[in-house]
Design a protein around this ligand. Structure first.
Ligand code: BES
Ligand code: MN
Ligand code: ZN
Length: 493
């Protein structure tokens, strides 16, 4: 799918559909936002939308047949609602996304764009992120393909600022698409070795150094968490480090992502229902890989290190038992009371390694707990931290990037429940507040003074329901845009 700009007149643009923003007018009338169309054409369209029953509320999509004087085969109204009261741009991104999703199967669409940069950004992002499908594993059946080409029509001439913006949106969208692809890829096609290779491939040709730990290297370095979780599978675990260190960078961002390629729960096995969704238990890893790729492509002047611990959590004669004690990279011993609390074990090793570099900011993203969904629902990620400023910084970046997050507390009161009679700590604590409990477990591996933020993206990274706005069913690419935004804010000009 390509996203481009053009300054051609909307009426004379040959395309399968012309998309136009519409908003509620006075009474039952509809206001049409279409630069480049004559006042008479706009009036005619407004009447046509109104008689087609359009209310122009946010997210509504109204299709009109071809209109005389306009070359497009169909006209689509993008319901914007009362955008004067719009809080932020998420409603705009979603409305555009709905309209673009309705054009699946088409070759070329044109959108009459809001040309100023603050409005063009959400329009372009919402449009492009909606043009996604995952058909890699369709065999004889074809599956629906998204629209092939989106042209954003601007009045006058295309400006260098607009061009630069679209180039940037292209980079971010392609990275979000790759993250979605990785999450959607079936678990038999993406064992840890394949995820490690995907990380390498993602940054091929970019100034990113890739180091991969195999089982021997993990043993040498004492990564007992990654090895323990991976030992039940015939697909061996890996750890991947991605380093982007541009000249002139003064800040260092470290990103850690949970990469469980399939989570059966291990010996503490999960129920059968929806277990297939656990192919997405590497959503944090996908976000880290794809954010590093985007940051390097954008050439942001900030050092970024991505850490991807990856393993498959399987039950077998070789698997970890509940009661086993394992030793993490930093020397902490952990009593594994539940083998389904595996994400925190592989993260502990990677966090332990990441903190040795004392990054300016360390962020991990992980599909860590079912409790995230209980606390915040399916679309809002939980953000926890040992540093109020850092947590606020990441939440603000997520808002700016258009990802839904909410700050959640980490209290020392959660810690005693993790006490182990045998080891330094157990891997499960209290049943209540499970998302924060997992965060408190991770905090055990963060030295005092190291700013660290934990994002629990369990449900938001995989949309099990129908597509909405620009978010498809399946992998969503959660955290990629937030990571890129944080990097942008840490970058030196
Ligand atoms: N990968 C799961 C968390 C998860 C659940 C992600 C649902 C996405 C959707 C994680 O490894 C897990 O199993 N967590 C357990 C922890 C518990 C055993 C303390 C959970 O949340 O039930
Ligand atoms: Mn689990
Ligand atoms: Zn898991």
């Amino acid at each position: 799918m390509t996203l481009t700009l053009a300054a051609t007149s909307p009426a004379s643009t040959v395309c399968d559909a012309l998309l136009i923003g519409i908003a509620p007018g006075k009474g039952k009338s509809v206001d049409v936002y279409a630069h480049g169309l004559s006042a008479a054409q706009s009036r005619k369209l407004a009447e046509a939308f109104a008689s087609a029953g359009a209310s122009a509320k946010a997210g509504e999509v109204t299709r009109l047949p071809a209109q005389t004087g306009i070359k497009a085969k169909t006209i689509i109204g993008i319901g914007l609602g009362d955008f004067r009261n719009m809080l932020g741009f998420e409603s705009y991104r979603r409305s555009v996304g709905n309209a673009v999703r309705s054009t699946a199967g088409m070759k070329k669409i044109a959108i009459i764009a809001t040309p100023d940069i603050p409005h063009l950004r959400p329009l372009a992002l919402g449009a492009q992120l909606a043009a996604y499908s995952f058909t890699e594993h369709k065999g004889k059946s074809k599956g629906t393909t998204p629209v092939q080409s989106i042209v954003l029509l601007v009045p006058g001439a295309v400006t260098p600022e607009q061009k630069e913006l679209i180039a940037e949106i292209n980079v971010i969208s392609q990275s979000v698409f790759l993250a979605r692809d990785l999450v959607n890829t079936p678990p038999n096609a993406l064992p840890p070795v394949a995820l490690a290779k995907a990380a390498k491939d993602a940054v091929a040709g970019l100034p990113v150094k890739v180091t991969t730990w195999d089982v021997a290297a993990l043993k040498r370095d004492g990564c007992g968490g990654i090895l323990g979780v991976g030992q039940g599978s015939t697909n061996p675990p890996r750890l991947v480090k991605l380093e982007y260190a541009p000249a002139g960078a003064t800040k260092h961002l470290s990103l850690v992502g949970k990469g469980i390629t399939f989570d059966t729960g291990g010996i503490s096995i999960k129920p059968a229902a929806q277990m297939d969704e656990m192919k997405g238990d590497m959503g944090g890893a996908a976000a880290v890989i794809c954010a590093v790729k985007a940051i390097a492509e954008l050439g942001l002047k900030v050092k970024v290190t991505g850490w991807v611990p990856t393993a498959e959590n399987m039950p077998s004669g070789d698997a970890m038992r509940p009661g086993d004690v394992i030793t993490m990279f930093d020397g902490t011993t952990v009593e594994v009371l539940n083998t389904d609390a595996e994400g925190r074990l592989i993260l502990a090793d990677a966090l332990g390694m990441a903190v040795l570099e004392k990054p300016t900011l360390l962020i991990d993203a992980a599909t860590l707990t079912g409790a995230q969904g209980i606390a915040l629902g399916t679309r809002i990620s939980g953000v926890m931290s040992n540093d109020d400023g850092a947590r606020a910084q990441v939440c603000a970046a997520a808002d700016a990037a258009g990802e839904e997050v909410w700050p959640m507390p980490l209290s020392e009161d959660f810690r005693p429940a993790f006490d182990s009679a045998t080891a330094d700590i157990a891997n499960i604590g209290d049943r209540f507040g499970g998302m924060m409990g997992a965060g408190v477990f991770l905090q055990e591996f963060i030295p005092k003074g190291q700013p660290w933020v934990h994002m629990d993206i369990a449900r938001p990274s995989f949309n099990e329901k129908a597509a909405y706005g620009y978010t498809p069913k399946g992998g969503t690419g959660a955290a990629v845009r937030t990571f890129v935004q944080v990097a942008r804010e840490l970058a030196t000009e």
